[in-house]
Design a protein around this ligand. Structure first.
Ligand code: PRP
Length: 216
């Protein structure tokens, strides 16, 4: 039997997705050892392989078929724009992609002034401002602590993830516009979907059932 390979986005999401897999009877004891430096784990009995990767690399592994299945946030899927199927909303890691900034930036946004937008997600920001709002802006790519940008005068607004809203609140910023809802998704390589249809459809079915139950 050929292995079905899962790529999981490292961090909080991986831990939660493994808990969900466990409820489906998909276990990987080896992976729970947080001290281990091993990168890939197998469940020989079920013919599954798991590895942890940086979130932004998960869609790449899945597009090229190095992983059949990926578990990753919708933010990363949208930003990477890879040729992969998005098949299940796990309903975990729910948050929103927003345009945020100081309250004063609201007027500038409204009047389509040429503003600067700092973000870790330049493709999502471009799509939102250029294709959906037909507004010209200057996009500046950053790699973290995005909320700093409007505070120190690098940009007027940011496009970033808002979960509890506390990072914005503690820095005197507010949500100005909502771009889209986000949560963790299961993605599949299109060729794997055909070649391993039976096994992957079963995983999709079981995962959908468990996620629906959890959201009740
Ligand atoms: C994310 C995001 C916001 C924060 C939002 O950052 O970029 O900064 O979480 O969460 P909140 O609404 O609950 O405050 P993350 O912690 O991933 O780190 P980063 O600054 O490196 O992006």
């Amino acid at each position: 039997m050929r292995y079905i390979t899962f790529a999981l986005a490292k961090g909080r999401l991986a831990k939660k997705s493994l808990e969900i897999f466990e409820q489906m009877g998909i276990t990987c004891e080896e992976m729970k050892d947080e001290k281990s430096r091993k990168l890939i784990f197998t469940n020989e009995e079920l013919g599954y392989r798991f590895f942890l990767a940086k979130a932004s690399d998960v869609p790449t592994y899945v597009e090229y078929g190095a992983a059949d299945i990926g578990i990753v946030g919708r933010d990363t899927i949208l930003e990477e724009g890879r040729k992969i199927y998005e098949v299940v909303d796990l309903g975990i890691g729910r948050c929103r992609m927003c345009v945020a900034g100081p309250k004063e930036a609201e007027e500038k946004l409204k009047h389509h002034e040429l503003i600067r937008v700092a973000t870790k997600y330049p493709n999502i920001a471009k799509d939102y401002f250029y294709n959906q709002k037909h507004q010209t802006v200057e996009i500046i790519k950053l790699h973290g602590s995005i909320e700093l940008a409007p505070i120190v005068g690098l940009s007027e607004v940011i496009v970033d993830i808002v979960e509890t809203g506390s990072t914005l609140r503690e820095n005197g910023l507010v949500v100005l516009e909502e771009v889209c809802d986000l949560s963790a998704r299961m993605v599949v390589n299109p060729v794997s979907m055909k070649m391993e249809n039976e096994r992957i459809s079963r995983i999709i079915e079981d995962l959908t059932k468990i996620c629906q139950e959890q959201q009740k």
